[in-house]
Design a protein around this ligand. Structure first.
Ligand SMILES: Cc1ccc(OCc2nc(C(=O)N[C@H]3CCS(=O)(=O)C3)cs2)cc1
Length: 336
């Protein structure tokens, strides 16, 4: 019987097939219920006991060999079919196209990480707000021009519901809900109805920060912002504060950093001043603290605000705001 098994193995080794039908014929001949292998199993009962182990293993091996051989014939036919269809399997695979994070997201995350390292908590809030959180609680007088339709998108009037013009509104919620010490940084979209301005873009991105505690001083503000500027633009970066005015801070200042392009020598980016304005800041006006129920005799605080588009422009030399929202992959792909 072992000779018959060996002979069948040689026969199967030599079989070929030019079509799926021929493979099926071979399967029926060797592996079906009436096939050659089944016949061997039928004869197996006549094999002498002392040979049963060897013969049984030989039949199982022959069956596995026949199955593998038929599988090789099938896949060979598939490859012929594919190559006939022009598929070349030797080509390298399609590389996975990886996306890239938007430059505004990269800069936002970098700025938030710096303040998180200082113990600030990230807070967010609604883009549709009431005029209390956007204006009144922030010490804007009733007749302030920012409240006009020229600067603000109103959804309804009386009561005024509007699109927030800064993320300070979220920090008013934070002051209403949190007990000092308060250390929050708040990223988000803000909306300005500035059809008349050269910017002519109605939405941009901001990050604002707020620190309220006992004995917070302007020196704390300067030190915090110096650390932030050097972390973001490099350790050689210098800062300077210029007096300014905002309804919600007193004193107020605008902060410049030494130009990271020319190191302060003067170039066309910094308009040959050596300085670049990056944010506004100041000590929180006591009226603002009191409006949100914080005792201004016990607590003081500082705050700052910056536009992310501007910071990203300084970091990456992006000189056209439209690039941020046109989603041109030739632009976005550069931020791998
Ligand atoms: C409760 C509270 C109190 C005070 C606050 O002051 C946030 C501040 N923002 C600025 C500022 O100059 N912001 C602008 C920079 C460029 S921008 O994106 O157009 C907005 C100065 S102080 C915030 C919250």
């Amino acid at each position: 019987m072992l000779d018959k098994i060996e002979q069948l193995k040689k026969e199967i080794e030599a079989v070929a097939a030019q079509s799926a039908e021929e493979v099926e014929q071979l399967r029926i001949k060797y592996l079906s219920k009436k096939g050659e292998v089944s016949k061997l199993f039928a004869e197996f009962r006549n094999v002498p006991a002392e040979q049963k182990r060897e013969v049984g293993q030989a039949i199982n091996t022959l069956r596995d060999f026949a199955q593998e051989r038929l599988e090789v014939l099938r896949s060979g036919l598939q490859e012929q079919k594919d190559s006939a269809a022009g598929i070349d399997f030797t080509l390298p695979g399609e590389s996975m196209k990886l996306g890239t994070r938007h430059p505004l997201s990269i800069v936002r995350n970098e700025i938030l990480d710096i303040f998180k390292r200082l113990g600030f908590v990230v807070t967010e809030g609604p883009e549709i707000e009431d005029d209390w959180h956007v204006f009144s609680a922030l010490n804007f007088p009733e007749e302030h021009p920012a409240r006009d339709m020229q600067d603000t998108f109103f959804i309804q009037r009386n009561p005024d519901i509007l699109l927030r013009t800064h993320t300070s509104s979220v920090q008013v919620h934070d002051m209403e809900e949190m007990e000092p010490p308060i250390r929050t940084v708040t990223p988000g979209r803000v909306f300005r109805n500035e059809a008349i301005s050269a910017r002519a873009h109605c939405m941009f991105h901001q990050i604002e920060g707020l620190y309220i505690d006992e004995n917070v001083s302007f020196a704390d503000l300067k030190q915090t912002l110096l650390y932030f500027a050097q972390e973001l633009f490099g350790e050689e970066t210098k800062i300077r504060m210029r007096p300014s005015y905002f309804p919600f801070t007193e004193p107020s200042a605008e902060m410049d950093v030494s130009c990271s392009i020319c190191g302060g020598e003067g170039c066309n980016v910094c308009k040959h001043t050596g300085w670049l304005e990056i944010l506004g800041c100041g000590m929180v006006d006591p009226n603002v603290l009191e409006s949100s129920g914080i005792d201004s005799n016990k607590y003081t605080g500082f705050a700052f605000g910056m536009g992310i588009e501007r910071i990203a422009m300084l970091k990456y030399g992006i000189n056209d705001l439209r690039l941020y929202f046109e989603n041109d992959v030739r632009f976005l792909n550069q931020f791998k």
